[in-house]
Design a protein around this ligand. Sequence first.
Ligand SMILES: Cc1cc2nc3c(=O)[nH]c(=O)nc-3n(C[C@H](O)[C@H](O)[C@H](O)COP(=O)(O)OP(=O)(O)OC[C@H]3O[C@@H](n4cnc5c(N)ncnc54)[C@H](O)[C@@H]3O)c2cc1C
Length: 397
Amino acid sequence: MKALIIGGGVAGPAAAMALQKAGIDSVIYEAHPAGAYGVGATMGLSTNGLAALQVLDAHRAVADAGFPCPRGVMWLGDGRRLGEDVPAPLPDGTTAVQLRRADLYAALHGHAAARGVPVEYGRRLVQVEHRGDRIVARFADGGEAVGDVLIGADGMRSATRRFVAPDGPRPRYCGIFGTNGFAHGLDLDSGYGTFHMVFGRRAFFGYVQREDGCVWWFVNVPAAREPMPAQLAAIPAEQWRQRLHGLLAVDVSPAARIVQATPPGYDWFAAHQMKAPKTWHRGRAVLIGDAAHVTSPSSGQGAAMAVEDAVELARCLRDLPVAQALPAYQRLREGRLRKVHAGARQVNRSKSATGPSRVLRDAMFPVLMKRFGGPQALSWLYDHRIDFDSKVEADAG
Ligand SMILES: Cc1cc2nc3c(=O)[nH]c(=O)nc-3n(C[C@H](O)[C@H](O)[C@H](O)COP(=O)(O)OP(=O)(O)OC[C@H]3O[C@@H](n4cnc5c(N)ncnc54)[C@H](O)[C@@H]3O)c2cc1C
């Protein structure tokens, strides 16, 4: 069995390592040149994602690429503390981490390459077709590759998805855009490794201080219409810094001070989410990670879901013929994904609330947190563990 993996972001290398563990060879085809991992953006990798990486003996390398962030605390802009979140660490003590996206990519690539997984860079998939009982990937450079299964791990704008689900859902803007940065030289009493989330009056602000004092932060600004990148880039950085200061200074939090302490210069992103298509596979092609279901940044789960997908798919392909493995994989994953998406939608609604809906949010949030929050509220998410050795059964019927 040979697998063609399209995309070498998070899901791609994780799938290659998981398939190798299942005794299946694969090649990764990545559109970008080697080392073009992107810069800047930071992210959190939660314990469930690290647990999935532990199945591949890759969780320590990834954790070491970032810094531990075992605790999250939520606040309202008026200074009220809403609650906290302390997911249980893995048995070896590994906790959730913060890291740069580029470092996550590099750690996963490094691991896959060290295990002999071939990666072909500069190979952009443009077309997929079946040829007899095999599947063919065609690339923009005119070349092709033939395999037994094709795994679309090609992200939010997946070319594989155009083949698998041409009429399926498209990524939708979630009502917030944002940027992130790094501040130095601040005296905060936020505690190292505690991620603070401030649902402010005019914007959402997240920040965490590393042990060396550097503060990693991001901001989410509500906007009913999705701003175009050129529109955001047209506003000079110093002007943006003043605007952000105006959005954040109204809150009881160090947010405005943190932004002022950061040299201006911003990479902007707009948050998107996309529910999974009805069917995640077609013939011998299957979708994983963002290609299957874009999970908005507000969930803090996109990368974790990508790794979990990869590990479950490998189990299915190990235990079942392709025609049964792909539906079994979807069955194992779709319920959990729906739940993660529902949670992210709720957070996005809270983050994008303005005017009277923001006032209502601030009135209801503490009540809801008291009722539905608590230490076990998210254990279904963070404590999820994949038993790689257990056999996958084919779907009935
Ligand atoms: C601002 C922001 C913050 C985020 N924060 C978090 C967070 O805190 N926690 C979290 O878990 N997730 C977070 N995410 C989400 C997370 O980054 C994604 O869910 C994750 O990267 C998905 O991995 P993937 O491998 O499916 O897709 P990607 O990482 O997008 O990788 C897809 C790869 O496919 C390649 N590719 C694309 N098209 C082709 C083609 N036609 N042929 C060949 N290769 C192709 C791309 O170059 C890329 O390398 C965040 C996302 C954003 C935008």
